[in-house]
Design a protein around this ligand. Structure first.
Ligand code: GP9
Length: 432
């Protein structure tokens, strides 16, 4: 409704508050790490630290670590994590958003930073047309895509160039980007090596894996993510050497789960390993770390959030406003209300997680057959108690779909932020 639109436009106008503008004028490097789950953070496996470099970064002055942060995928997997992170809109459940809405107008992070004097490039070492990235990136606002064609494939694992080489060779491109017209830059970097099935060449088996985990998805994943952590650690050092570290805000997060519910043996293994039921509460959780140079802060933020909340959160830190678009997410540092994660894949529409509740929508689509639990104790909760919340969450997803289907951001931008939704009725799409 028109009221919903007004509320969303209001929501998009972030309130100033905690940490507003602490990254202003700095470069922004956002690294989306393939299949990085949160359970590996601070994990010691038989005394071996799985992610020493990420753990060190979390403890560094200037770091914020979000430990209850969740994936928000639709049909486009990794590319949806990118899309949601940059746009704060829900992904489509019909087709990959980068395909279905390639031609839409967007006003997400690359555009907002460009309007504030930045240059925005995107880096990924695989074939440029995978997930339709090469076409979709234009309307996302990226000015250049450094893809497989721009790297020397001196070493490959699985899909392609190793993360170590990807980062090493990217330094030269970052220097080039940094030299453009004295402008700050936004670099969005997407890694590759820790892609399922996580098989690493023998020489990169740095960890001693117990016999019971040898050759299992868990054992292979730990080897693979440990390698990625090493590559990330080297990259952070290389950024320092290139003089970029002290002038860049760096955000690192996982795109999505590695050991998924589609793999029952993996779930069993994880439940045993973590000594708790490995359900979506853990399966969908990915870390988010944001490091801001030159500030005396260090915090772990445990309130719940998802990739939908990245854009408002980073805009607050960078000190820029979204003056033309629509964001569904919340600034995790300043929003006072109760936040939630609306899960869309693997589960049924309406499934959500919030600070207290885990709600599993029934596969037959009937609310009364669903299940709700206390997120911490796993005691069942009366369905009536979560009904209003469930309905609100479904309406949020529907509103976001409407924005995409009507290409509403285009209309808003053409009409200086005011659109009469009555005028759109019956045009091209259903009004759900
Ligand atoms: C390929 C990579 C993998 O370019 O991003 O995507 P995924 O299969 O994880 O969605």
């Amino acid at each position: 409704s028109q009221e919903d639109l007004e509320e969303l436009l209001q929501r998009t106008q972030l309130e100033e508050g905690k940490h507003t503008g602490i990254g202003k004028g700095k470069n922004l490097i956002v690294i989306q790490v393939e299949a990085l789950q949160n359970f590996v953070i601070d994990l010691f496996y038989d005394g071996q630290e799985i992610t020493p470099n990420l753990n060190r970064l979390i403890k560094e002055k200037g770091s914020l670590y979000f430990d209850n942060y969740y994936q928000q995928l639709g049909r486009g997997n990794t590319s949806d994590a990118e899309f949601v992170t940059n746009n704060s809109l829900y992904p489509s459940m019909e087709d990959p958003t980068y395909v279905q809405y390639e031609q839409n107008t967007f006003y997400g992070l690359p555009w907002i930073l460009r309007d504030n004097g930045y240059t925005a490039w995107v880096f990924h070492g695989y074939e440029k047309d995978f997930w339709n990235r090469d076409k979709a990136y234009t309307n996302q606002g990226f000015q250049r895509f450094i893809s497989q064609d721009d790297f020397k494939l001196v070493e490959t694992i699985g899909f392609g160039i190793t993360d170590r080489e990807f980062f090493k060779q990217s330094i030269e491109y970052l220097k080039e980007l940094d030299s453009i017209d004295d402008k700050p830059f936004y670099a969005f970097m997407i890694t590759l090596t820790s892609h399922t099935p996580f098989k690493m060449p023998e020489k990169y088996h740095y960890l001693n894996i117990r016999e019971e985990h040898e050759g299992t998805i868990l054992g292979d994943y730990l080897q693979s993510i440990h390698y990625v952590d090493k590559a990330l650690g080297e990259f952070l050092e290389d950024l320092k050497k290139a003089g970029l570290y002290d002038n860049s805000v760096i955000a690192i997060y996982g795109d999505h789960f590695a050991i998924t519910g589609y793999n029952p043996q993996g779930v069993e293994l994880m439940s045993e390993f973590l000594n708790m039921e490995y359900d979506i509460n853990e399966m969908f959780r990915v870390p988010l770390i944001i490091h801001v140079p030159d500030v005396e802060i260090n915090e772990t933020i445990s309130r719940i959030g998802s990739q939908l909340d990245f854009l408002p959160t980073i805009l607050n830190i960078m000190g820029y406003k979204n003056e033309k678009g629509i964001m569904f997410g919340r600034d995790l540092l300043n929003y006072q209300g109760k936040n939630f994660v609306a899960a869309q894949i693997y589960v049924f529409k309406g499934t959500f997680i919030d600070d207290d509740t885990l709600f599993n929508m029934s596969s037959d689509g009937l609310f009364e057959n669903s299940q709700a639990y206390n997120r911490k104790t796993r005691e069942p909760i009366e369905l009536e108690k979560v009904k209003a919340r469930y309905e609100y969450i479904v309406s949020e997803i529907n509103k976001s779909n409407y924005v995409l289907k009507k290409d509403l951001i285009k209309l808003l931008m053409e009409n200086q932020g005011s659109v009469d939704l009555e005028d759109l009725k019956g045009k091209n799409i259903p009004d759900d």
